[in-house]
Design a protein around this ligand. Structure first.
Ligand code: PRX
Length: 648
């Protein structure tokens, strides 16, 4: 192991949110735009526990991104766990770091001191299992404290974690293990969620079958069910972690050392492993968490996402812990045992900040107000939403019913790629409007462009781009920088293209309209149409398939599949179930098709390209507004699809 430089972590993370009104917001935004290096160096030197303080800010630009990843704070060294743990020990050792609520309502409180100890022991155990700086470990777990402990333990070693959401299938897990070349897999016997068990170890075993790099599987016992066991490879968490060395010095890492790889879906091909690096990511995570939510020392902060997604990384683990906050980890669902679960937790834990998704808000609103109003919500101060556009009705219900008209709603727009929040109200400063993510955070320069690349000035609609680098953004795609450049900078050279459409109003407020590419956002889960299509054509009876999204009242988007059967293949009664089984096997349990329509063919141009625009319109119930279809090779296909063609 490399020796740790003996500079003690000395920065306290207790400065309050500096942005308290709109005037200050504008002043900060102006400074971060005019002098990004000066602004972010000052921010990071004050709020991140560096071992060697950085003296340089940004190196590289969006214009020369093809030459290599850009960097922030390149001459600094740090270990992110010192910001998240060690520096809090003196003043916050007895403060609750992780407040865990289990599926059945059991509660565990881990203080900063206890969390520090557990992370050190887990890091020692992982080191003893052979994990080294720069190597990858896959974390395939449910919402247990050990998931956060495993992430931080990897970070303490300088190893790179890749958390795979527990809903993903063996095939999806195998793809991710292979892509990042992981040798260690951390999982649990079963996860618990909403009263159901999820057989994580069984799925992990299936993912490791055949040719696999995985040398060790570290298994947490959650339910105690009997699981398959491969001697020599499998190791129980309880056999090695509690007895591993209590001291584990944090391994120094360069600012641009990768902290994690997180896979996310795009328009084409397999999911991409986005790489986030230590210095810039942590700077962004703590800054945005502290300012947007207006964090205070006594807050009980609850982000009810899953650590398998970027929201869990940045706003359950890294941002809150870097800020010395009490962060809730929630194992269950909003409707278990009933639709009062969140509000019951708010009352019992006196939660002050709640961060959830529009899908959950819509689902709960549909259950009626009584589930909410029977609990005391007077502790709440800030209510966050993320993951998809929030419709004004859901926003108002959140504001009026949940927040009793007292709380600030922060509608936070961002992406796996951006590392943290980019467009959002800052709780005390920004006047809010139902359905708008409002204004860009300091350091974020959004621009709307036409498909031809023309910049839209003032009020208008366009493709959402960001014009200037910021510290928290992903640096590259694991093992494929060319793909990173092509995906995000190919559309408009020199500018980051988000994949979202957006409107800007006369006050400069941003209203995200949703994805403009072939990415679906179903109940806040991001999935590629291409992933569904490749799963569908793997079914023997399917010749071709095209998948599009359509508006869904609760999930935001539903999944609509147009399927062409092989000649002579029968449309059996259980076809939908069979097709869904293919998607579940290829992607995971969260990949469900809502509607299947059998069609005689897909609308294609003469060069063979599927015209998705037409399929989207028909799925949205606007089949009578298709516009020009004269470029189709066979326009009669459209009439058959519109007529709801089914060949029995
Ligand atoms: O379409 C946008 C939508 O979610 C996409 C990013 O998904 P993912 O990488 O999974 O990250 C989700 C959590 C940050 C975006 O391209 N999205 C996210 N937040 C919002 C949103 N759409 C509208 N309003 C939001 N607040």
């Amino acid at each position: 192991m490399e020796p740790s430089t003996p500079v003690p972590p000395r920065v306290r993370a207790d400065s309050p949110n500096p942005i308290t009104d709109l005037h200050r917001y504008r002043e900060h935004h102006g400074r971060a735009t005019a002098d990004p290096d000066g602004f972010w160096l000052a921010e990071t030197r004050l709020h991140v526990a560096w071992q060697t303080l950085p003296t340089v800010g940004l190196q590289g630009s969006f214009h020369d991104i093809a030459e290599g990843p850009l960097s922030w704070f390149a001459d600094g060294t740090l270990n992110v766990t010192e910001s998240c743990l060690d520096r809090h020990l003196e003043d916050r050792g007895d403060k609750v770091a992780i407040l865990w609520e289990g599926d059945g309502g059991e509660v565990v409180r881990l203080t900063y001191r206890a969390l520090h100890e557990q992370v050190c022991r887990a890091a020692s155990a992982l080191r003893d299992l052979g994990l080294r700086k720069g190597e990858r470990a896959i974390i395939y777990m449910g919402m247990v404290p050990e998931a956060a402990i495993a992430m931080l333990a990897c970070a303490r070693i300088g190893a790179i974690h890749s958390v795979v959401f527990g809903g993903f299938s063996a095939e999806a897990l195998r793809d991710r293990i292979r892509d990042c070349g992981a040798e260690i897999l951390i999982t649990q016997d079963q996860a618990l969620r909403g009263g159901k068990t999820i057989p994580l170890k069984q799925t992990a075993d299936a993912a490791c079958e055949g040719e696999s790099h995985i040398k060790k599987v570290l298994v947490l016992q959650r339910t105690g069910v009997k699981v398959g066991w491969t001697p020599g490879r499998d190791v129980w968490w309880h056999d090695v972690v509690p007895t591993a060395d209590r001291d584990h010095e944090a391994v120094p890492c360069d600012a641009e050392h990768p902290l994690f790889v997180l896979y996310t879906s795009g328009s084409t091909g397999k999911p991409k492993g986005l790489v986030h690096t230590c210095g810039g990511y942590l700077t962004w995570a703590q800054y945005t968490h502290r300012t947007v939510f207006d964090l205070r020392e006594e807050d009980v902060y609850a982000c009810v996402a899953d650590v398998g997604w970027i929201t869990g990384h940045t706003y359950i683990v890294y941002g809150p812990l870097a800020n010395g906050a009490t962060t809730l980890m929630f194992e269950s669902t909003p409707t278990y045992p009933d639709a009062g679960r969140y509000w019951d937790m708010v009352e019992r834990h006196k939660i002050t900040i709640l961060y959830t998704a529009p899908t959950a808000i819509r689902a709960l609103a549909a259950q009626g107000d009584a589930f909410v109003t029977q609990y005391d919500r007077s502790s709440l101060r800030v209510l966050g939403t993320v993951g998809e556009p929030i419709n004004p009705d859901a926003w108002r219900w959140y504001f009026d019913v949940v927040g009793e008209g007292r709380c600030t709603i922060v509608d936070t727009w961002w992406q796996t790629e951006t590392g943290g929040i980019c467009i959002s109200p800052i709780a005390p400063a920004t006047p809010t409007r139902a359905g708008s993510a409002t204004l860009p955070l300091p350091g974020i320069l959004p621009a709307l462009r036409t498909p031809e690349g023309r910049v839209v000035y003032g009020p208008g609609q366009g493709l959402l781009c960001i014009e200037q680098p910021w510290p928290g953004q992903a640096r590259t795609v694991w093992g494929d920088h060319e793909r990173f450049v092509g995906t995000y900078f190919g559309m408009f050279p020199g500018v980051y293209f988000t994949g979202d459409g957006c409107r800007r109003d006369t006050d400069g407020y941003y209203w995200i309209t949703g994805r403009v590419d072939d990415v679906l956002n179903v109940a806040g889960h991001r999935m590629g149409t291409a992933e569904f299509e490749s799963a569908l054509v793997s079914a023997d009876q399917v010749a071709e398939a095209a998948v599009v999204g359509y508006p869904h009242p609760i999930k935001g988007q539903g999944v609509y599949a147009y399927v062409v059967l092989q000649p002579g293949a029968p449309a059996t009664d259980d076809l939908d179930a069979q097709l869904n089984a293919c998607c579940r096997a290829a992607i995971g349990a969260h990949a469900r098709i809502d509607r299947v329509q059998l069609v005689p063919g897909l609308p294609k141009t003469r060069s063979g390209k599927v015209m998705r625009r037409i399929l989207r319109k028909i799925a949205e119930g606007q089949g009578d507004q298709l516009g020009d279809v004269s470029t189709l090779a066979d326009p009669s296909v459209v009439d058959a699809i519109r007529a709801g063609w089914v060949d029995e």
